[in-house]
Design a protein around this ligand. Structure first.
Ligand code: AKB
Length: 332
């Protein structure tokens, strides 16, 4: 219990009960065991529209429920059943998939988010909601791209980015109007080795490691030299726990940029090729290149650093070394 410093509503110091949606996604797969370790296996309820739990969870087994977040009654039933304290609403259709499937993105990202916030408002047991936002919540007219501030004209151009901006604004409204403790970070692209992401614009980074170590040539969907903010999964998990546990009075805003380092596809290619000299990678940009160009290259995250102590531990070279070390074991 010593790690748990946030609002203990019951005054008995008990661990919070957390419901995470979208747990089979790149972040969820790792967030579930991470939070189970902090709060206890039974206190973290994992949910996803897919079933079949990842091997990673065997070390931290706990409740799992199939949930389609576009079905409000099912979502509410879980919040009631588990007397959820905190909703971590990760379910989303990513930027690339959203452009191909607008209807699905509207249902999952917009309606699903509305349901999450409504449940947080309506259930005394879930007065709290955390939903991740993204660099995608900015658009080509936002600036300055080299150091994007927290507060700026955003104007995203993908449906994914629009849904994230909507989540930021609606969550902030729920906080000021009804006191829902909405907390939100704008994540960069996440590099991770446990699960190769799909459907996003920043997937290229993780993909390069997977392809090279599996001995497969890669046609990457991005141009070589477009820079994007990136972060290692370990830091993304720590950021999630830190913002969850920050005392409410320390948070002077709802939505925070969190930045770590920036990468171009060529920088990743060079790091990968240093270890796998025979690997070949070519650049065949598709529509996601335009998406990448509309996003910032680096974010100003001084508010997160000052207000709740955000500070990434992994630099790009640390990430490359750790990716190789872990993926070599996983893929062998
Ligand atoms: C995507 O590429 O769509 C996501 C993101 C940056 O939010 N990884």
């Amino acid at each position: 219990g010593s790690q748990w410093v946030s609002d203990k509503r019951d005054g008995d110091g008990r661990m919070p009960r957390v419901l995470i949606t979208g747990c089979m996604g790149q972040i969820g797969v790792e967030l579930v065991p991470y939070l189970r370790q902090r709060y206890g296996n039974d206190n973290v309820v994992a949910s996803d529209i897919q079933t079949g739990q990842p091997a990673e969870w065997a070390q931290a087994p706990g409740p799992f429920e199939r949930l389609d977040v576009t079905r409000p009654q099912d979502y509410e039933a879980l919040v009631s059943k588990y007397r959820v304290d905190y909703l971590v609403h990760n379910a989303a259709i990513l930027s690339g998939t959203g452009e191909k499937n607008f209807e699905l993105a509207m249902r999952v990202n917009i309606r699903g988010l509305e349901t999450a916030l409504e449940l947080a408002r309506a259930h005394r047991c879930a007065r709290w909601c955390h939903a991740p936002s993204s660099i995608a919540a900015f658009g080509p007219e936002s600036g300055p791209k080299e150091l994007m501030p927290d507060v700026v004209a955003q104007r995203p151009t993908t449906i994914y980015g629009i849904s994230k901006l909507y989540a930021e604004a609606l969550g902030s409204y729920y906080r000021s109007k009804w006191g829902v403790d909405f907390r939100c970070m704008r994540f960069p692209g996440i590099v991770s080795w446990k699960q190769c992401p799909s459907g996003g614009t920043t997937d290229f980074s993780t993909e390069m490691f997977y392809y090279a170590l599996q001995g497969s040539a890669l046609k990457t969907f991005r141009a070589a030299d477009t820079r994007l903010p990136m972060m290692y999964m370990d830091d993304a998990l720590k950021a999630t726990a830190d913002i969850l546990e920050a005392p409410r009075e320390q948070l002077r805003q709802c939505v925070y940029n969190v930045n770590a380092f920036a990468l171009t596809p060529r920088m990743v290619e060079e790091a990968v090729r240093a270890q796998c000299p025979n690997w070949t990678c070519s650049y065949v940009p598709d529509f996601r290149q335009g998406i990448a160009e509309s996003w910032p290259q680096y974010m100003d995250d001084h508010n997160a650093r000052e207000q709740w102590g955000w500070s990434p531990r992994f630099t790009a070279p640390d990430v490359f070394a750790d990716m190789f070390k872990n993926l070599r074991v996983k893929l062998n």
